[in-house]
Design a protein around this ligand. Structure first.
Ligand SMILES: Nc1ncnc2c1ncn2[C@@H]1O[C@H](COP(=O)(O)OP(=O)(O)O)[C@@H](O)[C@H]1O
Ligand SMILES: O=P(O)(O)OC[C@H](O)CO
Length: 493
């Protein structure tokens, strides 16, 4: 029996999954790591902790499942996207912590780019909007703020990368400095049509080309990881949201998925031509496979499961994310409380770096159950904002929403999602689509599977059917829109 190992380096945890030839998950090891919040709006990770936890869970998985390294046909990597690191090519030491995708410190760099008239260029070339979410301005911040970094970068002594690049460089003994199309398409310095780093944006941000990784298709031999003397090919890489799209077998134009993790990301495959949004969605590379590129439209929500973590770790209202389901169900009436979790500004479709979170509708009887319920509901409302934009852009009305990611285990959330969207929500048996996507890409490259083997009709765990009437749905959603309006521009000077 041959196996594929999928490494899923997420925003809050590193996971390793063992997948057999039949496409079944045979084992999983997961480890959370530290979230660093040095200042308001700043979010960092320790690159070494990312590496140690990721290689640690890989080791543990092989040990626990008693797999011979020779039986591992390939490794696939999927990762939190946009999160950026810069490290020394000789010593391997990061020059600064990883600046996480949620971090807002580069808002003024973004303003400067907008003032220099680069908005349209960014949109047409990279498919993105100018926002601190993406990697480009994070690299500039590190080069501007870490002593000596710019000079070293210009001398060719520093490398930059998203998490996939950092992992592969370390796993290949500092040999391979690479990334894939999907990750490159989240940097705001990559031309997604011409498939090359964009000179104009590199110049505008002062990023030396010498620092950048080589960009490859998502199924490719990126290098080898030597484990107990055996060379295991790293044969697949994709950003986690694109990997989930692949894992959910969204290969046809118009197929879409929504992943409820730390953030929430809806992607729709738009085929071999990039489609540009009129409604604040992003255009991004879905995957590069067999010499072809597939594009996607994306709606990015910055805070989803992270809001549940905030209930747990920030407010200490719960001990486990699961508790929110019973709490929400304990409030029988319509919830007068609205939470807008704009902790990291607002992403699609609003793109407001200055919005901040707020709670509305508090009264004397408000308790933690209302807050938990409102926080869960905020994930569903944000998804509705995106779905509306996506249906308008694509002209396709989704018959149902395919979901995955940690928070989609929450039945209250999924039912409310169906109710507020007025469409069915389909939850598959396996909600680890992200990890499966990376496993499939790697397995396809080494010949364990063909793309056709990734089956669209996988078993469903549950189908949630809408139950609200039109009036109720409209009333609730209107209040949400009112709440969102009031959070906008909060931090603007
Ligand atoms: N039962 C649940 N109800 C609500 N949220 C949940 C539940 N289980 C997990 N979550 C949330 O889902 C997120 C974890 O999902 P995961 O897909 O592992 O995220 P990531 O890949 O971003 O680290 C956490 O933010 C957690 O708060
Ligand atoms: O770690 P996740 O699953 O929340 O995904 C993060 C995204 O890749 C950010 O763009």
């Amino acid at each position: 029996m041959k196996y594929i190992i999928s490494l899923d380096q997420g925003t809050t945890s590193s996971r390793a999954l063992l997948v057999d030839e039949a496409g079944q998950i045979k084992g999983m090891v997961q480890k959370e790591f530290k979230q660093i919040f040095p200042k308001s709006g700043w979010v960092e990770h320790d690159p070494k902790e990312i590496l140690d936890t990721q290689l640690g869970v890989l080791d543990e998985l092989i040990e626990k499942e008693r797999i011979a390294p020779e039986d591992i046909a390939a490794i696939g990597i999927t990762n939190q996207r946009e999160t950026t690191m810069v490290w020394d090519k000789i010593t391997g030491e990061p020059v600064y912590n990883a600046i996480v995708w949620q971090d807002k410190r580069t808002a003024d760099i973004c303003e400067n780019l907008k003032n220099r008239g680069l908005t349209e260029h960014v949109r047409k070339t990279t498919g993105l909007v100018i926002d601190s979410y993406f990697s480009g301005t994070k690299v500039k911040w590190i080069l501007d703020n870490v002593e000596g970094a710019r000079q070293k970068a210009e001398n060719g002594d520093l490398l930059m990368g998203t998490v996939d690049s950092w992992l592969v460089w370390n796993m290949t003994n500092k040999e391979k400095h690479v990334t894939d199309y999907t990750n490159a398409s989240r940097t705001m310095i990559y031309d997604i049509v011409e498939l090359k780093w964009d000179e104009k944006l590199l110049k505008a941000l002062g990023i030396p080309k010498l620092m950048l990784p080589e960009v490859k298709p998502s199924a490719h031999h990126f290098g080898d990881y030597e484990f107990r003397g055996v060379k295991i090919p790293i044969a697949g890489i994709a950003g986690d949201q694109q990997a989930a799209l692949f894992g959910q077998a969204c290969f046809k134009k118009g197929t879409a998925k929504n992943t409820y993790g730390t953030g929430c990301f809806m992607l729709m495959n738009t085929g071999e031509n990039p489609q540009f949004s009129k409604n604040g969605l992003l255009t991004t590379i879905a995957y590069g496979l067999d010499g072809k590129i597939n594009y996607a439209l994306e709606g990015s929500i910055f805070i989803a499961g992270a809001a549940i973590q905030w209930l747990r770790d920030g407010l200490e209202l719960i001990k486990d994310a699961k508790e929110t389901e019973a709490l929400a169900e304990s409030v029988e009436d319509e919830n007068p409380v609205y939470v807008v979790p704009a902790f990291a500004g607002l992403g699609a479709p609003y793109w407001d770096m200055y919005a901040r979170g707020a709670i509305f509708g508090l009264t004397r009887d408000t308790g933690k159950a209302h807050l938990a319920k409102a926080t869960l509901e905020s994930l569903a409302y944000q998804t509705k904002d995106i779905l509306k934009a996506m249906e308008d852009d694509s002209g396709i009305q989704l018959k149902n929403l395919r979901v995955d990611g940690g928070a989609c285990a929450n039945n209250y959330l999924m039912q409310f999602q169906a109710d507020i969207l007025d469409s069915e929500v389909h939850r598959p048996e396996v909600i680890e689509s992200t990890a499966m996507g990376a496993a499939f890409l790697a397995g396809i490259h080494v010949g364990v599977w063909k793309q056709e083997d990734v089956d669209e009709s996988r078993p469903m765990n549950r189908i949630f059917k809408p139950s609200f009437d039109r009036v109720k749905r409209k009333r609730l959603y209107k209040k949400w829109q009112k709440a969102v309006e009031r959070t906008k521009g909060w931090e603007e000077q």
